[in-house]
Every structure is written in C-alpha cells, then in structure tokens.
Design a protein around this ligand. Structure first.
Ligand code: FAD
Length: 116
C-alpha cells in the first residue's frame, strides 16, 4: 500500500484504475444517448492508448479489437468491464471474479450488509 506519498507501482496503479473504471461503469446511464455511448467508446479507446504501463495498454488495445465496449446500457457496460478485468485476471493467474456480483462490489455493497 502506498501511504508514504511515493509514486505508484503497477499494482497500485492497476488497483486504482480498476476502481475508477468499474465505478464509471456502475454510474453509466441505464439508457444512454447516442452521444453518451460514443463518448464512452472514445474514452475507453483513449484510455487504452494512454494507460502508463505499456504491456497493459497493448493487451487492452488487442482486447478492444476482439471485444469492443458494450455501451448499450449500464448493465451491459458493467458486465463488459467485468469481463475485461477477468481477462487480465486470467492472464495474471488471479481468481476469476463472479460478474453477477459486480453491482454489489462497485455500486450497492454486499448483500450481507458488510459495507453499510
Ligand atoms: P485488481 O485486479 O487490481 O482488482 C481490484 C479489485 O477489483 C479486486 O480486489 C476485486 O474486488 C475487484 N475485481 C477483481 N476482478 C474483477 C472483475 N472482473 N470485475 C469487477 N471487479 C473485480 N498488470 C500486469 O501485471 N500486467 C498487465 O498486462 C496488466 N494489464 C492491466 C490492464 C488494465 C486495463 C488495468 C486497469 C490494469 C492492468 N494490470 C496489469 C494491473 C492488474 O490488473 C491489477 O490491477 C494489479 O495486479 C493489482 O491486482 P489486485 O490483486 O490488487 O486486484
């Protein structure tokens, strides 16, 4: 954990970036306008170009070609983000996250009330 005011390493940058990306997805509109959908697709595309970890950015760009952002609505986009993250989890040998619980993790809090 970086509580010493030091520059982030790849782990910390990744953790904070996923928090940002999943939270953006959690608050994406239920019925986005065409402009909102275009903005989000462009944002994800640009994010994959500027992410300051070259290996990560290259993998994300390849993944976007195969699986472009599903920006139709909040649920589709949150699931798409979860799958993107799971793709990285698999590559890094980390556990797969259960995408049916993505709203509990990033929007509503766990059903057992532990976030209340
Ligand atoms: P993280 O993977 O950072 O996850 C943070 C939290 O998100 C977890 O604790 C969990 O609660 C939740 N979570 C986990 N999976 C999901 C999911 N599928 N959906 C929703 N929530 C979930 N690192 C590399 O070494 N090589 C790479 O190529 C690489 N590519 C990356 C690409 C991107 C776009 C990003 C944002 C990060 C990348 N990283 C990469 C960093 C890596 O994914 C992790 O962020 C880092 O290793 C820290 O992992 P962590 O175990 O703390 O949890």
């Amino acid at each position: 954990a970086n509580n010493r005011g030091c520059p982030p390493d790849g782990v910390e940058l990744g953790r904070c970036s996923w928090m940002f990306l999943h939270t953006i997805a959690a608050y994406y509109p239920e019925t986005p306008s065409q402009d909102q959908q275009t903005d989000m697709r462009q944002f994800i595309h640009l994010f994959s170009k500027i992410y300051p970890c070259q290996e990560c950015a290259e993998h994300m760009q390849l993944r976007l070609k195969v699986s472009p952002p599903a920006t139709e609505n909040r649920i589709q986009f949150s699931q798409w983000m979860c799958n993107l993250h799971n793709d990285v989890n698999v590559r890094l040998g980390k556990p797969i996250f259960d995408c049916s619980r993505v709203d509990e993790r990033w929007l509503d809090g766990w059903k057992d009330g532990s976030c209340d």
